[in-house]
Design a binder for this molecule. Structure first.
Ligand SMILES: Nc1nc2c(ncn2[C@@H]2O[C@H](COP(=O)(O)OP(=O)(O)OP(=O)(O)O)[C@@H](O)[C@H]2O)c(=O)[nH]1
Ligand SMILES: [Mg+2]
Ligand SMILES: [Zn+2]
Length: 341
C-alpha cells in the first residue's frame, strides 16, 4: 500500500501493525468528520465519505482509525490509544468526543476572565483520556497584562505548559506550532476562544470558518458546529471542536490526583492513609493551607472535583449493574497485546 496520502493524517508503523493484526487485507482509514449517517475519512487513495453502520461497537468518533472492507464498509474500529470523553448533558452516560489524540490544547481567550474551574475540568478530562494537557491563552493583543495572567494560570496548573498567543500580531504562533508538530492534537475551549482562528494560523490557510464574538460580553456564537480533523503542513493533525459551555466530568479518581499533584504529594504525610482532607486530625493538606503553602481555593477545587468523580463512579457502577451484558462487548482487545494464536 502506498501510504503517501495517509501519512499526513498520522499513519505510522504502529498503526500498520495494529491493522495487520486485525485484518491483513483491510484498508486503513482515519475519521476526519462524523456526519450522522456517513463518515468523512482519509484513506491511501484520498478523502472520501463512507456509510456508517448503525450496529458498530464502539461507534467511531473523529480521530479513530478504521479497517475498511473491500466494499468500503467499516469492518472495525482499531483499538484506541486514547479517548477523550465526557458525561452527556443531562444523562449519566459517557459521550466519546475524539479518539487517538496525544495532546489536548485548552484554548482560553484573554478577552474574558480565565475560569480556573474550567481549566481544571479540561485538564482532568485530558488526563482521563490518556493524553497530555496544555493551555493556550489566546488574543494576547487585546490585553496589556498577558504575562501576569499567564503566571497566574501557571500557578494554578502546576506541571502544565502554558503558551500565550495572538493570531493578530502572530506572537506565540511559532511556539504553538512547535508544540503540536508531529502530534495528534485536539483544541477544546469555550465558544469564541479562538480555536478555529488558531487552526487557520497553524494551517497557513482558511480551513475553518471563524466568527466574531458578541460585543456586549465577548461570548462566542458557536461558529464551529462539528469536530473536524485537519492535517498540518509541518506534520501532525489538529482536531477543531465546537465550543462547549459546560464540561460534564467523567473522570476517575486517579485523574483528579493528576490534576492536583501538590495535594497528592502531601497526602502520604497525613496521619490517616485514607484521609479525606476534611476534618481528620493531623491532615497535612489542611495543615499546608493553614501554613499558607497551599491555596485554600486549590483545596476547595480539589474537593469539588473529587466529589464529582466519586459520584460519576457510583453512577457508572449502577449503570454497569443494570446492563451486565454490555461489559463484554465494550472491551476492546489490543491485538498487539493478545497472546492467543
Ligand atoms: N484580537 C484577537 N481576536 C482573535 C484572536 N483569535 C481569534 N480572534 C477572534 O475571536 C473570534 C472568535 O474566533 P473563533 O476562532 O471563531 O473562535 P472558536 O473558539 O473557534 O469559536 P467556536 O467555533 O464558536 O467554538 C473571531 O472574531 C476571531 O477573529 C486573536 O489572537 N486576537
Ligand atoms: Mg470554531
Ligand atoms: Zn489529609
Amino acid at each position: 500500500m502506498n501510504t503517501s496520502l495517509l501519512d499526513p493524517y498520522g499513519w505510522s508503523d504502529r498503526w500498520a501493525a495494529v491493522l495487520h493484526a486485525v485484518s491483513p487485507d483491510a484498508q486503513a482509514a482515519r475519521v476526519l468528520r462524523h456526519d450522522g449517517v456517513a463518515l468523512l475519512v482519509a484513506t491511501a487513495e484520498g478523502e472520501r465519505a463512507v456509510p456508517l453502520r448503525p450496529n458498530l461497537d464502539p461507534m467511531p468518533v473523529v480521530g479513530d482509525w478504521l479497517a475498511l472492507d473491500t466494499d468500503d464498509r467499516v469492518a472495525q474500529v482499531l483499538p484506541r490509544v486514547s479517548l477523550l470523553r465526557r458525561r452527556a448533558a443531562g444523562r449519566d452516560e459517557e459521550q466519546a468526543i475524539v479518539a487517538n489524540v496525544d495532546l489536548v490544547v485548552i484554548v482560553c481567550g484573554l478577552d474574558r476572565p480565565v475560569v480556573t474551574g474550567r481549566l481544571e475540568r479540561f485538564t482532568a478530562l485530558a488526563r482521563d483520556a490518556g493524553a497530555r494537557p496544555a493551555i493556550v491563552l489566546s488574543k494576547a493583543d487585546v490585553t496589556t497584562d498577558a504575562a501576569a495572567r499567564r503566571a497566574e494560570v501557571e500557578a494554578g496548573a502546576p506541571g502544565i505548559e502554558v503558551l500565550v498567543v495572538s493570531t493578530v500580531d502572530r506572537s506565540g504562533v511559532a511556539e504553538v506550532r512547535h508544540l503540536v508538530a508531529g502530534r495528534s492534537v485536539v483544541l477544546v475551549g469555550e465558544s469564541g476562544a479562538g480555536k478555529s482562528t488558531l487552526l487557520n494560523a497553524l494551517a497557513d490557510d482558511d480551513v475553518a470558518a471563524t466568527g466574531a464574538v458578541r460585543g456586549r460580553d465577548n461570548k462566542g456564537r458557536h461558529t464551529t458546529t462539528a469536530r473536524h480533523l485537519h492535517p498540518l503542513p509541518g506534520g501532525g493533525v489538529l482536531i477543531d471542536t465546537p465550543g462547549v459551555r459546560e464540561v460534564g466530568l467523567w473522570v476517575d479518581v486517579d485523574a483528579v490526583a493528576d490534576t492536583f499533584p501538590e495535594i497528592d504529594e502531601l497526602a502520604p504525610s497525613c496521619r490517616f492513609s485514607d484521609c479525606a482532607h476534611d476534618l481528620e486530625p493531623d491532615c497535612a493538606v489542611v495543615g499546608a493551607v493553614a501554613a499558607g503553602t497551599l491555596a485554600a481555593a486549590r483545596l476547595d477545587a480539589w474537593r469539588a472535583m473529587r466529589d464529582e468523580a466519586q459520584a460519576a463512579a457510583r453512577r457508572s457502577e449502577a449503570v454497569a449493574r443494570r446492563r451486565p451484558d454490555r461489559q463484554g462487548r465494550k472491551a476492546v482487545r489490543d491485538p498487539l497485546r493478545d497472546d492467543r494464536p
